[in-house]
Design a protein around this ligand. Structure first.
Ligand code: GTR
Length: 326
C-alpha cells in the first residue's frame, strides 16, 4: 500500500512537472552575460514569473545567464535576427548601432543615479526605447548599471595624469575608445569575458566597471587599484527580438511590456543591495580604493567627446533635455 502510494505520488508529481513544463506555449529565451543571482538575471527571472502568472502560464522566460549564448555584441546581432528572443545588455554595445543610445552613455552626462532614473523614466527614456524599433528590436525597459570607474593592476590613480600610458579595456563602443584617449590613456575594445585573462597576462592594464561587475567577474583579483572617478552611469536595457514580439497577440504584447516595466523597481532594489555587498566584498579582499579624486579635469577632458558624438539637432536636444531634467 505504502509502495503503491509512493509510486502514485511520484507519478503524480512527474505528471505535474511535465504539465508545468509543457504549459508554456511560448518560452522566451533571454540572454545575460552575468551569472545566476546577479540583479539583472534576477530581474528578468522576476519578469518571467509575472508573465507566467498574468498569462496563466502561457508565456514563460528562460534566462541563459553567464554568457551561455555568447558575448554581448554577438548576442545583440542574434537578437536582431530573432535567434535569441530577449536580451539584457548594457547600452554601451548598442552605441555603434543606435545613435540615440550614445546619449545616456556619454561620460558625466548624469549628475547622479537619481538623475539617471528621472531621465530614463521620462520622455528621453521613451525616445531611446522607441529607437530600437528601427533595428529589428523592441526596447522594453531600462535597468541600473551603477557608475563605472577605472581599475588597474599597476598603480593607484590619484589624478587624471596617472592614467597616462595605461591600457584599459572598454566595451565595444567607439565613443568609449575616444573617452579613454581623451583622458590620456589607451583603449582596447574587447568582450567582457576576455577581460580577466587579458589583465592577468598583461595584454591590458585594467578596465572600468561598477562594483557588482568588478566583484562578480573577479577582476578585483587581478586589478587591485580602483579609483572612483565615476566617468559613466550607463543604463542597461532589456530588449526583445521584433520577430518574437510580432508573434504575440496585441494583448500578450502589452502584458510583456508591463511585466518588463514592473521588473524595474525590483531590479533597482536588488541593485542597491548588491552594490553595497560587492563593495564590502572587494574592500575585504584588500583592494586599494581611491575615493577622493578631483573629477573636474576628467569632466573638462570630455568636451571633444561631446563635440564628436553629439552632432545632430536630435542628439543635441536630447543632451539639453537631460541637462534640464531636475
Ligand atoms: C557590466 C554590464 C554588462 C556588460 C559589462 C561590460 O556592468 O552589466 O552588461 O556590459 O559591464 O563591461 O562589458
Amino acid at each position: 500500500m505504502t509502495f503503491t502510494k509512493t509510486i502514485g505520488a511520484a507519478l503524480l508529481a512527474s505528471v505535474a512537472m511535465a504539465s508545468a513544463a509543457t504549459a508554456c506555449e511560448v518560452t522566451l529565451r533571454s540572454s545575460d552575460t552575468h551569472p545566476d543571482g546577479y540583479p539583472t538575471v534576477a530581474a528578468v527571472n522576476h519578469m518571467g514569473d509575472l508573465l507566467e502568472e498574468r498569462t496563466d502560464g502561457r508565456l514563460c522566460i528562460e534566462v541563459s545567464h553567464s554568457a551561455q549564448l555568447g558575448q554581448e555584441k554577438d548576442t545583440i546581432e542574434q537578437t536582431q535576427f530573432g535567434v535569441i528572443d530577449m536580451n539584457r545588455v548594457s547600452l554601451g554595445p548598442f552605441n555603434n548601432i543606435i545613435e540615440e543610445t550614445q546619449i545616456p552613455s556619454l561620460p558625466y552626462i548624469f549628475r547622479s543615479v537619481e538623475h539617471m532614473h528621472k531621465v530614463m523614466d521620462g520622455p528621453v527614456g521613451d525616445q531611446i526605447l522607441e529607437a530600437f524599433s528601427d533595428h529589428d528590436l523592441v526596447g522594453l525597459a531600462f535597468f541600473d548599471g551603477g557608475s563605472r570607474s577605472f581599475y588597474n593592476s599597476q598603480k593607484p590613480i590619484n589624478s587624471i595624469e596617472d592614467l597616462a600610458g595605461l591600457k584599459f579595456r572598454v566595451m565595444q563602443s567607439d565613443m568609449f575608445v575616444d573617452m579613454v584617449s581623451a583622458l590620456g590613456a589607451n583603449a582596447t575594445p574587447m568582450p567582457y569575458g576576455e577581460v580577466y585573462s587579458s589583465i592577468q597576462t598583461g595584454v591590458i592594464d585594467g578596465a572600468e566597471n561598477n562594483w557588482p561587475s568588478y566583484d562578480s567577474s573577479g577582476h578585483f583579483e587581478v586589478a587591485q587599484y580602483y579609483t572612483l572617478d565615476q566617468h559613466l552611469i550607463v543604463p542597461e536595457v532589456l530588449v526583445m527580438a521584433k520577430s518574437s514580439f510580432d508573434k504575440l497577440s496585441a494583448e500578450d504584447q502589452e502584458i510583456v511590456r508591463q511585466a518588463a516595466r514592473d521588473s524595474v523597481p525590483v531590479m533597482r532594489e536588488l541593485w542597491a543591495a548588491r552594490e553595497a555587498e560587492s563593495e564590502a566584498r572587494v574592500r575585504a579582499a584588500g583592494v586599494e580604493i581611491v575615493t577622493d579624486i578631483d573629477k573636474t579635469p576628467f569632466i573638462e577632458a570630455m568636451v571633444p567627446v561631446y563635440e564628436k558624438y553629439v552632432t545632430s539637432p536630435v542628439l543635441q536636444q536630447m543632451v539639453a533635455d537631460i541637462q534640464a531634467t531636475e
